[in-house]
Design a protein around this ligand. Structure first.
Ligand SMILES: Cc1ncc(COP(=O)(O)O)c(C=O)c1O
Length: 385
């Protein structure tokens, strides 16, 4: 092994972004149209393509600048009472909680299922027995899709609206004929990368149109309303997707199927290899009732205990392999959020925060990188036995 190889870090992830030459024809089109933002031709084309793939009428879908803004504006558009409580998993990325607070509501942190790592309708039902909530914001954890029929039944039984934070779940999370609201991220690390971007899909009448208006400062976008141009209807933000980002999204869309397939194969291979050398001591996220994960973007494992995780982190650090405790600390352990959230018992989330670790996962991982990770895992887990 050369010195250069020894010294280079194995990255945690490598963005799967289109190359400049692939973008060029789209950028030329954009420049010829002299339209760079404000729902230009490329954003409209991306929305048409996505509506077709998601089998959704175009009025039920809108792009946004990112998923965080998408969540915030969807929550605002639901018009919940000020200070309304929104149930959310304790195990998620911080943006799920900050979006709730910035929309003027209060997160209520709930547990997740021990196998699928999802906040399920059953967990939400149990939480509703303990505390009144005005909305539920389940997360498609690491892209694992939810059963939308089950969430639709929950909405019908409780009258509580549900919005799925499907940030990492483009291509995995579908409405599957159910009613529902989904927010996807098109961030550079996600399955359909546009650099930055987001997508809101909702069968709730008028919701996507309202989010679109809120993403345009709150200015009226309905030409039939008979209002002077520029009339402000609601207090929005600027959360429009630019034509540059739409261009990247359109190229990524063309390659999505092929890249998703490669990601599935790589993930299955790595899991099998590492499970074997661990003597079955590792645990992985299980598929939930919402169907399979179609385009994994991360690889997380659960170690047998906190000591094993700490030992693996140290060994990886020494071998120059990047790791990350994804979605940790839990939301209730972040000082900024503590005072602003209600925390319910979350034993599964607490246990995950002791043992979960993300390892490198990206297309183009070399054999040398792969062997280096496997060797470290073998060493740590052998010492453990
Ligand atoms: C669960 C979850 N929600 C929201 C976001 C925020 O997405 P964006 O970067 O598009 O704002 C992320 C990003 O990683 C996420 O993982």
């Amino acid at each position: 092994m050369s010195l250069a190889q020894v010294e280079s870090w194995v990255p945690l992830l490598v963005p799967d972004m289109p190359a400049p030459h692939e973008l060029l024809p789209w950028l030329e089109r954009m420049h010829a149209a002299r339209h760079y933002s404000n729902f230009g031709p490329l954003v409209c084309e991306l929305e048409r393509e996505l509506a077709q793939r998601l089998n959704t009428p175009s009025e039920q879908l809108t792009t946004v600048a990112n998923a965080t803004q998408g969540l915030e504006l969807v929550l605002q558009a639901l018009d919940l009472p000020a200070g309304a409580r929104v149930l959310v998993p304790a195990f998620t990325f911080v943006a799920t909680a900050t979006a709730i607070i910035r929309a003027g509501y209060q997160p209520v942190l709930a547990d997740v299922d021990a196998d699928s790592w999802l906040l399920t309708p059953e967990i939400a039902q149990a939480a509703c027995q303990q505390i009144d909530v005005h909305a539920v914001l389940p997360v498609a954890t690491f892209g694992m899709p939810h059963d939308m029929q089950a969430w639709h039944r929950f909405e019908q039984e409780t009258g509580v609206p549900v919005v799925i934070d499907a940030a990492a779940a483009y291509g995995s999370q579908w409405l599957n004929g159910a009613e529902g609201t989904l927010v996807f991220s098109l961030h550079t690390t996600k399955s359909l990368p546009a650099g930055e971007g987001g997508l809101v899909v909702s069968t709730r009448p008028g919701l996507a149109a309202k989010v679109r208006q809120l993403s345009n400062f709150g200015i009226n976008l309905d030409p039939t309303a008979g209002l002077p141009a520029g009339t402000l209807i609601s207090l929005g933000s600027n959360a429009k997707m630019s034509e540059y980002h739409a261009a990247i999204g359109l190229v990524s869309l063309q390659k999505w199927e092929c890249h998703a397939q490669k990601r599935r194969v790589l993930q299955a291979d790595l899991m099998q290899e590492w499970q074997q050398i661990s003597g079955d001591s590792l645990a992985w996220q299980a598929q939930g009732p919402g169907g399979p994960l179609m385009a994994p973007t991360l690889l997380c494992m659960r170690l047998p205990d906190a000591h094993a995780r700490a030992a693996l982190e140290r060994a990886c650090q020494q071998a120059r392999i990047m790791t990350r405790r994804w979605y940790q600390p839990l939301l209730q352990h972040m000082a900024v959020l503590q005072q602003r959230c209600v925390s319910l018992d979350a034993p599964n989330a607490q246990a995950m925060a002791q043992t979960l670790l993300g390892l490198p996962f990206f297309l183009g991982m070399t054999l040398e990188q792969r062997h280096r990770i496997t060797a470290v895992l073998e060493q740590v887990l052998k010492n453990k036995k």
